[in-house]
Design a protein around this ligand. Structure first.
Ligand code: PMP
Length: 427
């Protein structure tokens, strides 16, 4: 049996249609940002009157907020199946989490990353790592999960057998929704003395992520994709690289002791807990909301959520398959396990116009573009890797090959009717 959708905010939003009248808004862009679960909103609303600054205040609300903030860390650690010596660092988002990890890489770390990654997991390494003498190896798009493992194996085997190495891989693609063979990639990384970070931005909202069971070293994800859109994210995992490095931000909260030296300078002792990388007043509500989402999803049960989502995926894919002009983008093929993220192009249609029509005529919110994964989308569309398509660029002229795609994505709050409306609209 398939469970009902979880209650989310925004279900009562009505939007006007160009064809006249109005309709309830069908939010089918969960991969960008998912609506808040009602449970998360209720928890946040119940806590908000008691909000106070954490860690340093002696007053009641400050103490309460400190407890809730640190309990949130524990809830998230439990949700992720963290090992006892892992740390949960609060960040702004997945992008921020991966930039933090890039900033703490040991000297001369070589990073291995598939070209198919979201820009958040593709770009921070060279941006931050190169300055410290590290380097990045970009791996070509594999066409099967097995090829992904082989490609990584070969690249790791070919590296100089010394120095630290890091593999960065997505759990579920934000373009195709396809699951990547994380456990196998982690085993390959570790067999070659490398570490691995999992970009779980698209995986965590749809699947349980168990850091110990997957045997990854770090996990990064964003609250706003996990039904907790209050501006926080998480980097969880191994403490050593985090604690051996300089703080991500210098300031209060990260420093344990600051004193003037006899030569007039300043000496700083930094914290060796997660606080080392959380300088400044943290986003307590954001952290609390992520913990609330972890509790709500755990209570709802991933088995039921996955079963429901897989039924919606099957409905959308079957509907799209009935339209000969529709081409669904896929790296690993029809049988690949996937989450509710589906990108496609429609022959004879400009993708941006198509997405605009879904909004104006049917009240459906999807996304068009290259989804911050330019190399992957170009590979999938077979377009020129150098010159074509960029964010905000005009789409292909009528009759030309599409440079952009349309993405529909959904999750725990999506009612059947939204998916039916989408399929009918495309038809
Ligand atoms: N990784 C993946 C796979 C994503 O889909 C996204 C968001 N689209 C990100 C990273 C970045 O997340 P954020 O914008 O919350 O930093």
């Amino acid at each position: 049996s398939v469970c009902a959708p979880l209650p989310v905010l925004g279900r009562d939003v009505r939007v006007p249609l160009v064809t006249g009248g109005e309709v309830d808004y069908a939010a089918l862009d969960y991969a960008a940002s998912a609506p808040a679960l009602q449970r998360v909103w209720d928890d946040v609303a119940a806590y908000a009157p008691y909000y106070g600054s954490v860690h340093r205040g002696a007053g009641y609300l400050s103490q309460l907020s400190t407890d809730l903030f640190e309990n949130s860390r524990r809830t998230i650690a439990e949700f992720l199946g963290c090992r006892t010596d892992d740390q949960v660092v609060f960040t702004r988002s997945t992008t921020d989490s991966l930039n933090l990890l890039a900033a703490v890489l040991p000297q001369d770390t070589r990073v291995f990353v598939f070209e198919t990654e979201h820009h958040a997991s593709l770009l921070p390494w060279e941006q931050r790592g190169d300055a410290k003498g590290g380097a990045v190896t970009y791996l070509n798009a594999p066409r099967t999960p097995g090829e992904a493992v082989d490609t990584l194996e070969k690249a790791l085997a070919a590296r100089e057998p010394y120095g630290p190495a890091l593999v960065c891989v997505t759990g579920a693609s934000n373009v195709t929704g396809e699951l990547w063979p994380v456990r196998e990639l982690a085993a390959a990384a570790h067999a070659h003395g490398a570490r691995i970070v999992l970009d779980a931005a698209q995986l965590a909202p749809h699947h349980p992520v168990d850091i110990a069971e997957l045997d990854v070293d770090w996990v990064a994800f964003s609250g706003h994709k996990l039904y907790a859109p209050f501006g926080a994210g998480v980097l969880a995992g191994r403490a050593d690289w985090l604690q051996d490095a300089e703080p991500y931000l210098a300031g209060g909260g990260a420093s344990r002791k600051v004193s003037r030296r006899t030569d007039g300078g300043v000496d700083v002792e930094w914290h060796t807990t997660a606080a080392r990388h959380e300088a400044g007043s943290p986003n307590v509500i954001g952290a609390y909301s992520i913990a609330a989402a972890c509790r709500a999803l755990t209570e709802a049960g991933f088995d039921d959520l996955v079963a429901r989502e897989q039924a919606l995926i099957a409905r959308v894919r079957a509907g799209l398959a009935e339209v000969p002009e529709v081409n669904v983008l896929s790296l690993f093929g029809d049988d690949a396990p996937r989450v509710g993220v589906i990108s496609f192009v429609v022959e004879g249609w400009n993708s941006s116009h198509f997405a605009a029509a879904l909004s104006a005529e049917y009240g459906i919110g999807v996304r068009d573009g290259l989804f911050c994964a330019h190399p992957l989308v170009r590979t999938l569309l077979g377009s020129d890797p150098q010159t074509q398509g960029e964010c905000g660029a005009p789409e292909a002229a009528p009759g030309e090959k599409s440079l952009n795609a349309i993405r529909v994505s959904f999750g725990a709050g999506t009612p059947d009717e939204h998916v039916e409306r989408f399929v009918n609209a495309v038809k």
